[in-house]
Design a protein around this ligand. Structure first.
Ligand code: ADP
Ligand code: MG
Length: 577
């Protein structure tokens, strides 16, 4: 590496501005320099308060005496030479502004030694003025110590954020760089207290484990996909792991931790109705693409980027994430069909009814809901589920949850949420495609509505027809229902229709389309409730259909439909590990 001063022309093309806004920016810039220097180990030590001392040490390539002196001058960098380089940036730094900017507002000590020199160089400088240059004995690498930050700009120091905010920011900077550079060993200390120690990780997953813990890491959905020279790697949180702030969404482009409205949007599209508006998936998305396909030179802190083809990137991220989320649900389905489960089923069936009841197991319900039909025997039900042999042992807990053994542990399904997801997707399909099967009532039912309800009914009648209702107006404010959606259970003699009308009225202020609102409301009111007993066959059918939907992890409101408990967690709680 050789440091050169950038030409005036090139300097004018660089997004200039304040780089060192706050103490954590110092840590960020110094860590980036160490990464660019090819370090395998980076140690950061900060004081309390942060501005008292920030120390960053690495075992990277180091600098010669000449380069060390140049590095403190403005617009001197080893990372850019010509203008073409600016269009294809491969390093985290490129402007040659960080070291001089930091030096300007602090008392800085730089010690550095390149691998091929026998001793190192020490430079001491105050407010940007070099006060001492000497030889020093040290291992190859670079150490920068920044003391008394903003000592000569008292106004800036006065406006510093609270101590803990700044410190949290340093932790974020370090952990996010640790994710994109998992091979580097990172250590963070405050004074002598060690806060992070992240040894070089063989795989990204190991780094995720050391940052988030095994329990969370295991629940994340991995992504790794390539297309047209772009690659996405990372981990995605399911609805079970959603958070209330987007802070837990980390995006990286070519290793750089960035903020990107485009990527936040792509993610939102991918999760779609899997998450409610105010919840955000935990995720880390690492995108790599040719350096000339992304412009980093648009903001002084380099946190923002622009993609040459924003739409292409957005679609790629959206589709990849969506596909990864779908694939996992299929994998969970095959887990549920775990062969050992059939043994459990035999045990269940041989146990006397009385003791089953105390375990919360519902004996098969022989009572018909509608002319002998069970909840899920609707046209098109997979035939193999009709035979007892294909049934998997499942438990119903407190008439609200269905428990199933899976390979790595246990899955608990919220029967209402799961059924809601199924009905919602079926309703959306019926509403957009035309119709769904109707089941004629033996005795048509007359329902009296208020004039307002009747008006709403007239508005939505065409949609209700598509859902499978067969109705006819019969005088002012009175309707005759002759048929209802096939397989429907919770019809409650017309209450379902009233509920749908009610919620259509209530939600009219929302921005969602009428069809969307109807599908949601239909699903919510027609789904089995907590308190409804389910037969073994119904539970099997429920799970089978749930995992056949496009987003089985969440109901249309974004609440999870199931949670998983791993064997590891059970072992831990029983003190077996
Ligand atoms: P930039 O990173 O944009 O090039 P900086 O002011 O951060 O600008 O650093 C100037 C130059 O100093 C870098 O281009 C690099 O050659 C050298 N340098 C800075 N930090 C280190 C380090 N930790 N190890 C080796 N070289 C470094
Ligand atoms: Mg730099």
């Amino acid at each position: 590496m050789k440091i050169r001063r950038l030409s005036e022309e090139l300097v004018s093309k660089i997004a200039a501005g304040e780089i060192i806004e706050r103490p954590s920016s110092v840590a960020k810039e110094l860590i980036e320099n160490s990464i660019d220097a090819g370090a395998t180990r980076i140690t950061v030590r900060v004081g309390d308060p942060l501005y008292a001392e920030i120390f960053v040490s690495d075992d990277g390539c180091g600098m010669s005496r000449e380069d060390a002196l140049l590095s403190l001058e403005r617009h001197s960098t080893s990372k850019l030479s010509g203008e073409e380089d600016l269009l294809a940036i491969r390093t985290l730094g490129f402007r040659g502004e960080a070291l001089p900017s930091i030096a300007q507002v602090s008392k800085l000590l730089l010690s550095t030694r390149s691998k091929d020199s026998l001793s190192g160089t020490l430079i001491r400088c105050t407010a940007g003025k070099v006060e001492e240059v000497s030889e020093t004995g040290m291992a190859p690498g670079t150490t920068v110590t920044v003391r008394d930050l903003f000592f000569n700009t008292p106004v800036r120091r006065r406006f510093l954020k609270s101590k803990s905010t700044e410190f949290r920011h340093v932790i974020r900077v370090m952990s996010s760089n640790a994710l994109s550079f998992e091979k580097i060993h990172f250590v963070l200390k405050q004074n002598e207290r060690e806060l992070l120690n992240l040894p070089s990780a063989p795989r990204l997953f190991d780094r995720v484990v050391s940052l988030y813990g095994l329990q969370t890491a295991e629940q994340l959905v991995p992504v790794d996909s390539e297309k047209e020279g772009m690659r996405i790697q990372g981990y995605l949180g399911s609805a079970e792991l959603s958070r209330t702030s987007s802070e837990h969404q980390l995006f990286f482009v070519n290793g750089r931790w960035i903020a990107s409205a485009t990527l936040i949007f792509a993610l939102r599209e991918a999760y779609a109705e899997l998450l409610p508006r105010e919840r955000y998936p935990l995720c880390m998305v690492l995108l790599s693409l040719a350096p000339d396909k992304v412009d980093v030179n648009i903001h002084p802190t380099k946190r923002e980027v622009r993609f040459v083809d924003e739409n292409l990137v957005r679609a790629f991220v959206r589709d990849t994430v969506r596909e990864a989320l779908r694939k996992t649900s299929r994998a969970i389905l095959s887990d549920v069909m775990f062969p050992g489960a059939s043994k459990l089923e035999v045990i269940l069936q041989e146990t006397p009814v009385g003791s089953e009841a105390s375990l919360g197991y519902e004996p098969p319900n022989t009572q018909a809901f509608f002319s002998g039909e069970t909840l899920f025997s609707y046209p098109g039900a997979p035939a193999e589920l009709e035979g007892e042999t294909a049934l998997v042992a499942l438990w119903q807990l407190h008439k609200a949850y269905v428990l199933a053994q899976i390979k790595g542990g246990l899955v608990i399904i919220d029967q209402h949420a799961a059924h809601e997801r199924i009905l919602y997707e079926e309703a959306r399909k019926a509403l957009s495609k035309g119709s769904s099967p109707t089941q004629q009532l033996l005795f048509p039912l007359m329902i009296d509505l208020t004039p307002e309800e009747f008006e709403i009914l007239l508005d939505i009648e065409v949609y209700l027809r598509k859902l499978g209702f067969d109705m006819k107006a019969s005088g002012r404010s009175r309707i005759m229902v002759r048929g209802i959606p096939a397989g429907l259970r919770a019809w409650q003699e017309g209450q379902l229709l009233r509920d749908i009308i009610d919620s259509t009225m209530k939600e009219a202020v929302e921005s969602r389309s009428l069809e969307e609102r109807l599908a949601r409301s239909f699903a919510c009111h027609a789904a089995v409730k907590a308190g409804d007993g389910l037969t073994l066959q119904e539970m099997n059918h429920l799970i089978d259909r749930l995992f056949g939907t496009s987003m089985p992890q969440g109901d249309p409101h974004g609440r999870p439909t199931f949670i998983r408990i791993s064997l590891e967690e059970l072992d831990r709680r029983f003190g077996r590990s």
